[in-house]
Design a protein around this ligand. Structure first.
Ligand code: HEC
Ligand code: HEC
Ligand code: HEC
Ligand code: HEC
Ligand code: HEC
Ligand code: HEC
Length: 412
């Protein structure tokens, strides 16, 4: 029996060992033998004012974007002397140093004479293992997709492994219990016995479980069709707070059709390009988010020109406000004829970094406002109905009085 026992333990030891990589981040640092953490600190304190991690050209700041390709281009020794004192290396006549100096319009990189060789190696180790979210800006969309996928399969695998090992462990306990004490009782029988002897507790737990299910079910049922506060993540971190708030851009600049038609519409990427052909960087996300506009329209930031023959890839904004098909809503009727501000129905959009649905958009919401809202008969919208206006001029008319509660006005 003792042989059996140690064999099982061996299996389990092996099994848990295979789990280790999932829980360990230290692996990479260990293999390389340099302190990536320290490298990161040094890099962030000394290099980020001129460099970004990523593609040499696309992530260019004052100096080129830094990425593991530098290790193919230069030797470690060269990189160490460059970073410690690039000017000295250029003066020494080093061809590679002169070439890159020329390429970057002879801007001078700061010298770091206080760094030890190991400090520089730590920084290089950090550049070699960049944090995932900072890699190449242009491929960001693809990278994120891949990442999400791999995280999902990874975590699924992990869950499967954990469940599997728990199962194995239970079987193992069962078997060894059985063998050790020679009790001819299966786990199931033991469980049944335990349930019977703790009946009160079991019943209470079961009741709590059912209660939870009912509450959750009720909550999700009562939310069907109503999506108040819905705030989906958008493909580009476009901020109304920055554009409509801080920059004071008029809503109609981008949502021009709100005044003319039923729909308000979302601006195409070409509208963004009116400004972003020149504004390539934002205060919060740097070039990362704006680069996605370029990817949509096919714009090369380096040459500041459109790529010929590029097939545009429309930005896939996620729709937030959405009435069911049975209801009819018209923007221009409310904004032009009704004279309402966008904010009365959408809230303070100009303060939102990420738009969310402020109102419930239920029938009751529409009707309550129609009951309360007075009609402005001086509104040019009503010109042409002169007889009608004369007749009603003195009365305080609400939308209700002009038929705003009639089913047919809002339902096809
Ligand atoms: C004041 C701005 C500035 C700072 C700070 C700076 N660099 Fe640079 N770096 C440059 C410029 C500009 C170049 C391009 C060459 C030139 O013009 O001298 C460059 C080039 C490089 C290169 C060569 C890259 C290539 O692809 O050819 C490396 C590597 C590098 N820097 C690393 C660093 C590291 C590491 C730090 C921080 C310890 C740092 N730099 C800090 C401006 C800077
Ligand atoms: C620079 C262009 C721009 C300006 C200015 C702008 N918007 Fe937008 N708006 C967008 C874009 C792009 C989206 C889609 C992405 C999003 O939801 O954030 C959007 C989405 C919206 C939505 C949600 C649409 C949906 O999916 O239901 C509302 C509501 C909205 N804007 C209202 C406003 C209001 C009100 C203003 C003025 C205070 C305004 N916008 C100013 C570009 C703009
Ligand atoms: C009328 C000019 C204008 C238009 C049109 C415009 N933007 Fe901007 N956008 C700006 C300005 C100005 C900034 C930078 C603000 C700053 O530096 O504080 C900016 C910044 C940004 C940023 C970076 C935000 C950050 O904090 O990093 C993103 C992303 C962005 N815009 C996306 C868009 C998208 C998408 C559109 C089209 C729907 C668009 N912009 C249309 C003027 C505009
Ligand atoms: C009376 C309330 C009301 C006012 C005022 C209003 N909206 Fe809307 N808005 C809505 C409703 C309701 C929807 C959903 C429409 C649908 O699903 O058909 C909507 C949808 C939108 C959308 C999503 C695209 C679309 O057309 O469905 C945008 C963008 C938008 N509004 C922007 C604006 C802007 C900009 C203004 C001001 C010029 C404005 N809204 C004024 C109620 C309003
Ligand atoms: C914030 C107040 C407000 C809300 C909310 C509102 N409306 Fe209105 N609505 C008005 C006003 C004001 C008018 C009158 C415009 C005018 O002067 O003709 C109007 C007019 C209308 C009309 C034309 C009525 C007629 O007799 O000509 C329709 C249809 C309509 N609204 C549909 C809707 C629907 C559908 C919703 C909900 C999704 C809604 N409204 C939400 C204020 C509102
Ligand atoms: C001011 C506009 C307006 C008027 C007037 C109006 N409705 Fe609605 N109705 C809506 C909107 C918007 C919705 C969809 C939002 C929702 O599901 O709550 C809706 C939804 C409905 C639904 C679907 C209910 C549901 O919960 O999905 C029915 C049925 C309906 N309306 C019947 C009527 C009848 C009957 C009348 C006339 C007595 C009427 N409506 C008048 C705007 C209106």
């Amino acid at each position: 029996m003792s042989i059996m026992f140690s064999k099982t333990i061996l299996y389990f030891a092996f099994f848990f060992l295979t789990l280790v990589p999932y829980f360990s981040n230290a692996q990479v640092d260990y293999l390389i033998g340099h302190d990536i953490k320290k490298g990161e600190e040094l890099y962030k304190a000394n290099c980020t004012s001129c460099h970004k991690l990523g593609d040499e050209k696309k992530a260019r700041l004052i100096g080129p974007g830094l990425n593991p390709e530098i290790f193919e281009e230069y030797t470690e020794e060269w990189l160490i002397s460059w970073i410690k004192n690039s000017s000295a290396l250029i003066e020494s006549g080093d061809e590679q140093a002169i070439a890159i100096f020329e390429e970057y319009n002879q801007s001078v990189m700061t010298a770091f004479p206080t760094f030890s060789d190991d400090d520089v190696r730590d920084i290089l180790a950090y550049i070699e293992n960049p944090p995932v979210e900072e890699v190449s800006i242009v491929e960001v969309l693809d990278v994120e997709d891949v990442q999400k996928e791999s995280i999902n399969t990874q975590s699924l695998l992990l869950i499967a492994l954990v469940l599997f090992s728990i199962l194995g462990f239970l079987v193992f306990i069962k078997n060894s219990l059985k063998k050790a004490s020679k009790i001819e009782e299966t786990i199931f029988q033991g469980f049944k016995k335990w349930v019977l002897s703790n009946l009160v507790i079991v019943i209470i737990i079961a009741h709590l479980g059912v209660l939870c299910l009912i509450v959750l079910g009720w909550q999700s049922l009562s939310k069907i069709g109503i999506s108040q506060n819905y705030q989906p993540a958008q493909p580009i971190e476009f901020s109304h707070k920055v554009h409509a708030g801080q920059q004071g851009i008029d809503c109609n600049y981008c949502h021009s059709s709100a005044r003319k038609s039923k729909h308000s519409g979302i601006p195409s990427a070409n509208v963004c390009m009116n400004c972003h052909a020149n504004i390539v960087e934002g205060p919060k996300h740097g070039t990362k988010e704006i680069a996605k506009i370029y990817k949509a329209v096919g714009y090369d930031v380096d040459t500041r020109s459109y790529i010929e023959g590029y097939e545009e890839q429309p930005i896939k904004w996620v729709r937030i406000h959405n009435l069911p098909d049975l209801a009819y809503f018209n923007h221009s009727q409310h904004v032009v004829a009704g004279g309402l501000e966008c904010q009365e129905c959408h809230g303070a959009i100009e303060e939102m970094d990420e738009v969310y649905q402020k109102e419930k958009l239920t029938m009751g919401w529409c009707i309550n406002c129609h009951r309360d809202s007075k009609i402005d008969l001086d509104n040019p919208y009503y010109h042409g109905y002169n007889d009608w206006i004369e007749k009603h001029k003195k009365a305080d008319l609400t939308v209700e009085n002009i038929g705003g509660l009639e089913c047919g006005k809002c339902h096809y």
